[in-house]
Design a protein around this ligand. Structure first.
Ligand code: IMP
Ligand code: MG
Length: 179
């Protein structure tokens, strides 16, 4: 059986995304930015965030995978590459959640190969207590604990991405009748 515990409401999320957009806007001013969205989890965050950034932006997508159910395999793979040529550009990686840090560390090292002007990281959620790689994060929405979260882009086996709040997923033992 699965239960949800709402952790962040739609209003709390929207307020935070507006704040992050304002900070990014004031830090970059008129400098152009490429928002590099890590699919799939960050797609809803990106869609909201980009509308609060006043600096001139373009958007590109990269896709990585490392999770199976609620566990990381510890092995990151790029399954969709950037389309744009990002040489000499200011890149802002947009992530839904940083957990062990392996994914974002991998993406940063990969993007460095393209010789951008700068690379920064913006994540809505930070599971700092789970970090295995020390990555510098420039913009953080909320620090969260070691819970498995769903909603606002985050999935559990591809479900629940469409929720407008973020919830903790509690997977309980099935106590139903069994033969
Ligand atoms: P990391 O490589 O361990 O930092 O994991 C980062 C990626 O794992 C994120 O981009 C998410 O896609 C996924 N992930 C980590 N924690 C959660 C969670 O609580 N819910 C859903 N996805 C998660
Ligand atoms: Mg992700």
């Amino acid at each position: 059986m699965k239960k949800f515990n709402i952790l962040l409401t739609k209003d709390q999320i929207q307020k935070k995304v507006r704040e992050l957009g304002a900070r990014i806007s004031s830090d970059y001013g008129d400098e152009k930015i490429v928002l590099v969205c890590n699919l799939k989890g960050a797609f809803i965050f990106l869609a909201d965030l980009c509308r609060y950034v006043t600096a001139p932006i373009s958007i590109d997508f990269i896709a990585t995978t490392s999770y199976k159910g609620t566990k990381t395999t510890g092995y990151v793979r790029i399954i969709k590459d950037l389309k744009m040529d990002v040489r000499g550009k200011n890149l802002l990686i947009v992530e839904d959640i940083i957990d062990t840090g392996l994914t974002v560390d991998y993406i940063i090292n990969y993007l460095k190969l393209h010789k951008p002007k700068s690379i920064k990281v913006c994540t809505l959620l930070d599971k700092r207590c789970m970090r295995k790689v020390d990555v510098g994060i420039d913009y953080i929405g909320f620090e969260v604990g070691d819970q498995f979260l769903i909603g606002y882009g985050l999935d559990y086996n591809e479900r629940y991405r469409e929720m407008d709040s973020i919830a903790e997923l509690i997977v309980e033992r099935d106590t139903g009748d069994k033969q």
